[in-house]
Design a protein around this ligand. Structure first.
Ligand code: R5P
Length: 289
């Protein structure tokens, strides 16, 4: 039996209109009429155009890039002026997660600062694949991290991969888990970052000749990691390289950089773009019930 919360409504931030619509469809709950625009000087303006009294409100908004954080804060305040029953913030992609410690003296722990501030005035936070699951402890309200690995594994399945590769140590558990679902071996590369766009990758002892290889990562940003890993695999004779990630940031010319050696590239719809073919709407819907 499907239970519909008749008091639930979804407010979509401008980063997450497609995902919000999908969540609204899977849950059978309405979207709130809201307005979001920019003033000529670039500042953000938001307005809620309906009464939200006695409602359980779900705000869906990414916190990347920075402008989306401002929009999130303004929407929270606009929503809070009503006598709502609760406010759940769904942050599909939690930005600043990669600065989860002080790598060098004098740096902030950006992920902690963001988690603390985004917790203000909301009752609950739901997010998808944090860069480091430990970040969850920095939210000051009840919070949950949804994992999209099963959905990614299912999408990989159609390409019949022979092996799953983690491009660095950060994705080892993810790659291992997906390889178990698919019943194929997994292997982890060693990555050393040279700068924010370039990496060096050590493949180790693997035979990928004539094999279809699946690479999984949490975030693809500049595409440097994946472009390097895919080139290495093709040099070693891989017949196809299929890449799946949770959050497809694809900054600058990332897609162009990867296209030479990547045969198929896909991401989830935490960030909406031409590659976001795997939806996490039902996972978020399940957590909201
Ligand atoms: C690193 O720890 C992440 O898991 C990704 O591998 C990284 O953020 C990808 O960045 P880029 O696409 O810029 O190489």
């Amino acid at each position: 039996m499907i239970t519909i919360n008749l008091n639930m409504k979804i407010v979509s931030g401008s980063s997450s209109l497609m995902l919000s619509t999908r969540i609204s469809e899977v849950m059978g709950v309405p979207m709130v009429h809201r307005e979001i625009k920019r003033f000529p000087d670039g500042e953000c303006y938001v307005r809620i155009h309906e009464n939200l009294d006695n409602q359980d409100i779900v705000l869906v908004q990414n916190t990347h890039p920075d402008g989306n954080i401002i929009e999130y804060l303004l929407l929270v305040d606009a929503i809070r002026q009503y006598r709502i029953r609760s406010l759940t913030a769904v942050i599909p992609y939690f930005g600043y997660g990669r600065q989860d410690k002080r790598f060098n003296e004098g740096e902030p722990i950006s992920a902690k600062i963001m988690a603390e501030h985004l917790s203000e005035n909301v009752d609950r936070i739901i997010t998808v694949n944090l860069h480091n699951s430990e970040i969850i402890k920095w939210f000051k309200v009840e919070s949950k991290e949804i994992k999209a690995e099963v959905e990614i594994a299912r999408y990989f399945e159609r390409f019949k991969p022979d092996m799953v590769i983690s491009p660095d140590k950060g994705s080892i558990e993810r790659a291992r888990f997906i390889s178990q679902i698919l019943g194929i071996p997994f292997h982890a590369f060693q990555k050393r970052r040279i700068d924010s766009e370039r990496v060096e990758i050590e493949a180790g002892d693997i035979d990928v000749k004539n094999k279809v290889i699946a690479i999984v990562d949490d975030v693809i940003s500049t595409g440097g990691t994946i472009a390097t890993a895919a080139a290495l695999l093709k040099n070693k004779g891989a017949s196809k390289v299929i890449v799946g990630c949770v959050h497809g940031l694809f900054v600058g010319n990332a897609l162009q950089k990867m296209q030479m050696n990547v045969d198929i590239l896909f991401s989830t719809d935490t960030i909406e773009n031409e590659k976001s073919v795997v939806t996490v709407a039902h996972l978020i819907g399940d957590s909201l019930k």
